[in-house]
Design a protein around this ligand. Structure first.
Ligand code: NAD
Ligand code: GLY
Length: 364
């Protein structure tokens, strides 16, 4: 079992990574919470397979558990389901000492985390991520929130979990497409922070795609270690370090928004977004062409999308969606760019004409 610490003073917590963690959830959670009542929030794909094991473990540790099962999918990260969760918590009489357990992918984690951040002005939250994407990214660092029709993650908060349990056994049932989407975030850590990790991913592509337990545990461990380093440096995204985690997300979030949060998985959208960001990096911050090619090839060998044939109306829609990006300043669209694999910087203004040019290069 691996342990990664997120060092944030009194809000510090551990991320546990390994097999068999669901059945240890009660014991691990008992060490970090005060209350006895909790709600286990999950979705209708994860719940039927894993909620009973978690619930049993929580009850064995003496907790009262109310189960809330939501429809799976990005559309659940909405005002409608946020309201539903508040109602369910009030009906189950959760109080200020109570806590939430988010069991599922990033959708459940982001929504449940935001419910925890706001219900009774904030209660504790435990993250039990069950997708690779949630294990390497969304469950760590405390960004929680929901989407609005006009854009992704436009309502949210920073609310750090009390602990994160990444049970690698849960990845056995994860569909391959979802696994690949998570690998898009794993690759991102290599690009923005760690060239050696990027090379390791290049060498271990096949093992990762085959869900080799050792390779996945190493990828999750290194990704969580990088994310916790970044978050410890810039918890609330004020100095620019945390913004690096958004490499590929400016175009990626735009793509998700204009496709109605259905066509592309988050990881797929940011795969196209990272290929575009690498090309912009060659133009604007002197990334060697060869690095942009390695980035393109790695996404391609992970069987992730690297092309986008945008129609004219999609081009103008994506520009509009990108104007809503939280990283923008005074209406200018800002990108995270990388001067070479392993290094990145944020806050680069990019003109609409340059963005349209890069979109042109994405055509197959
Ligand atoms: P998701 O939560 O929709 O899960 C993907 C699908 O896999 C769902 O259908 C789910 O039911 C299913 N699933 C989950 N675990 C499973 C398992 N073990 N076996 C079988 N099926 C399983 O999607 P996701 O990719 O985990 O998360 C995407 C969300 O995360 C997006 O909303 C994105 O904005 C958000 N996100 C947030 C952060 C953050 O810092 N908070 C970072 C990255 C992404
Ligand atoms: N996934 C971006 C962040 O946590 O800041």
């Amino acid at each position: 079992m691996k342990k990664v610490q997120v060092s944030l003073g009194e809000r510090s917590y551990n991320i546990w990574i390994g097999p068999g963690l669901l059945s240890q959830a009660g014991q691990k959670i008992a060490k970090v919470v005060d209350g006895r009542k909790c709600a286990l929030i999950t979705d209708d794909k994860v719940g039927p397979v894993y909620a009973e094991e978690v619930s049993k473990s929580l009850k064995a540790a003496g907790f009262d558990v109310a189960l809330i099962e939501l429809p799976s999918g990005e559309k659940t990260k909405s005002l409608k389901w946020l309201g539903h969760c508040y109602d369910q918590l009030a009906q189950a009489r959760l109080d200020r000492k109570s806590f939430l357990v988010a069991l599922g992918g990033g959708v459940v984690g982001d929504l449940a985390g935001f419910v925890a951040a706001s219900y009774l002005r904030g209660i504790d939250c435990i993250q039990i991520p069950t997708t690779l994407l949630a294990q390497v990214d969304s469950s760590v660092g405390g960004k929680v929130g929901i989407n609005l029709k006009s854009g992704k993650n436009l309502v949210g908060a920073f609310h750090q979990p009390k602990t994160v349990l990444c049970d690698t056994d849960t990845l056995k049932t994860l569909p391959d497409r979802e696994l690949r989407a998570g690998l898009a975030e794993v690759i991102k850590y290599g690009i923005i922070w760690d060239a050696r990790f990027f090379s390791w991913i290049e060498k271990n592509t096949e093992l990762l795609l085959k869900k080799d337990e050792k390779a996945l545990t190493r990828a999750i461990g290194r990704s969580c270690a990088i994310k916790s380093e970044v978050v410890a440096e810039d918890e609330k995204e004020t100095t620019g370090a945390r913004a690096l985690l958004n490499f590929g997300h400016t175009l990626g979030h735009g793509l998700e928004a204009i496709s109605g949060y259905g066509q592309y998985l988050h990881g797929e959208a940011i795969s196209i977004g990272q290929v575009a960001a690498a090309r912009l990096s060659v133009q604007l911050v002197d990334m060697p062409q060869e690095h942009a090619l390695r980035i393109y090839k790695l996404f391609q060998s992970m069987e992730l999308p690297v092309e986008w044939n945008a129609s004219r109306s999609q081009e103008s829609k994506i520009l509009k969606a990108m104007q809503l990006d939280k990283k923008n300043v005074s209406g200018e669209i800002r990108f995270v760019l990388s001067s070479c694999i392993g290094r990145a910087s944020s806050g680069h203004p990019v003109s609409e004409a340059t963005i349209l040019n890069v979109i042109e290069t994405l055509r197959s």
